[in-house]
Each structure stands twice: as structure tokens, then as C-alpha cells.
Design a protein around this ligand. Structure first.
Ligand SMILES: [Zn+2]
Length: 69
């Protein structure tokens, strides 16, 4: 699960939250002042979003059985 950074517009508090991708833009409460006036900060990573990753996690394509004899 990715970590998203949010900033409170009321108190200026910045905090990180572990959320699901589809929940990243849902409103979240500021842990500092309990305000709902928060917005998601754009992470420094950015600009590297690839849609549709190839290769499912947990499956390695190493099927090498060396049978000799
Ligand atoms: Zn706040």
C-alpha cells in the first residue's frame, strides 16, 4: 500500500497516510486539528506512473529444472 502525503489547510500540518490507491483522493481528517480541510500533496516521486504493470507479484518466471541422466 502506498503512502500519501497530505497537508492541512487550516493548521498547515503535514502528515503521511498509508492508503489504498483508490482512496488517495478521498477526504481525510487532519490528525492535528481534526479539520477536514486537507489536500493531498504531490509526492517528489511523481511523473513516473506506469499504467498496467507487467508481471504479477509473487510469481517468478524461473522454471529451470536441470535433469541430467
Ligand atoms: Zn490541521
Amino acid at each position: 500500500m502506498p503512502v500519501y502525503e497530505y497537508k492541512c489547510e487550516d493548521c498547515g500540518h503535514r502528515f503521511e497516510v498509508l492508503r489504498k490507491l483508490q482512496e488517495r483522493d478521498e477526504p481525510i481528517e487532519c490528525p492535528g486539528c481534526r479539520s477536514g480541510n486537507t489536500r493531498r500533496e504531490v509526492s517528489a516521486f511523481g511523473t513516473g506512473i506506469s499504467s498496467g504493470s507487467s508481471g504479477t507479484p509473487g510469481s517468478c518466471g524461473c522454471s529451470g529444472g536441470s535433469k541430467f541422466g
